[in-house]
Design a protein around this ligand. Structure first.
Ligand code: ATR
Length: 282
């Protein structure tokens, strides 16, 4: 009972997913709230059934939620209102409780765009997106919104074609990768994540020093793809940068004020270093 009474005195936020317990978002958001002097509590919430979980969280008075895999489409369907980007992408990664119910946004696309824009201009750039799943949808939308030309390739051709048709960009069979000469490469699949086999073949000599290469995977921070890109002299952007900027956009929407970007970046880098040390000791 004490716990309940104490917790309702704080503003409640959290990340809902399955799994969620290894998420770096609590570290990032807690650092942000502490920096802003806001007495808020941000929890990792693992759920089996999204709607059931949301019902409980609403009754507990949660004000905002980050939504992660596999609930982004479910979150889209529970919203009374969503922004145009979420509607185009068909998924929501941010919820805010209003008097008329849950309102949703998608900040993943902004996370991808802002992470890249720190090092390269997107307007007029030619971007290759590897993968055609849920994560790729946000990345493709973001690149197109910012004026890049986008080409999608995927292990399964028809999914690349479907995605390209949805967003009005180009696609190519994987076998044509050696012919592509993009300025920007974004890898959006789980291949290369710790514990996942890396069965994606990037042709020899593909990466070059004039490219910017981003991987949305952040465990490990240097994925096999980023390792190769870096060795070829390309500029690399790791997956924590996209995580950071989608979080920066979430927080500033919840609070209606700018988010403390550098404190959030530091907290993420610390959490990743800690997780890396744990893995290496297992
Ligand atoms: P998410 O929402 O995380 O993007 P998803 O919708 O299941 O997940 O999509 C996963 C994407 O990663 C797909 O593009 C998938 O390729 P297929 O369409 O061929 O399945 C890709 N993917 C997953 N594991 C992969 C692997 N080991 N090698 C190459 N591509 C992989």
């Amino acid at each position: 009972m004490d716990v309940w009474v104490r917790s309702v005195q704080h503003d409640l936020y959290g990340v809902v997913g399955r799994p969620a317990r290894h998420s770096f978002s609590p570290a990032m958001m807690r650092a942000a709230f502490a920096t802003l002097g806001i007495d808020a509590c941000y929890l990792a919430l693992e759920a089996d059934d999204f709607r059931e979980a949301l019902d409980v969280l609403e009754r507990l008075g949660f004000r905002g939620l980050s939504i992660t895999v596999p609930f982004k489409q479910d979150a889209f369907t529970v919203c009374g209102r969503v922004d145009a980007s979420a509607r185009s992408i068909g998924a929501v990664n941010t919820l805010r409780l209003t008097e008329s119910g849950w309102e949703g946004r998608n900040t993943d696309w902004l996370g991808a765009a802002r992470a890249l824009e720190r090092v390269v201009s997107l307007r007029g750039a030619s971007a290759l997106v590897i993968g055609a799943g849920g994560a790729a949808r946000g990345v493709v939308y973001g690149l197109l919104e910012r004026g890049a030309e986008v080409l999608v390739v995927n292990r399964t051709d028809y999914r690349a074609r479907d995605l390209a048709e949805t967003f009005g960009c180009a696609w190519a069979p994987l076998g044509e990768l050696p012919l592509c000469r993009p300025n920007i490469v974004v890898h959006t699949t789980r291949a290369g994540m710790s514990g996942t086999p890396y069965d994606f073949t990037i042709p020899k000599g593909f990466f070059s020093p004039h490219m910017v290469v981003m991987d949305i995977v952040y465990a490990p921070l240097e994925t096999p793809l980023l390792h190769r890109a870096k060795a070829a002299g390309a500029r690399v952007v790791d997956g924590l940068e996209m995580l950071l900027y989608q979080g920066v956009e979430q927080l500033s929407w919840w609070l209606n004020r700018p988010a403390p970007e550098s404190a959030m970046r530091e907290a993420l880098r610390r959490a990743a270093a800690l997780a890396g040390r744990k893995v290496s000791h297992e």
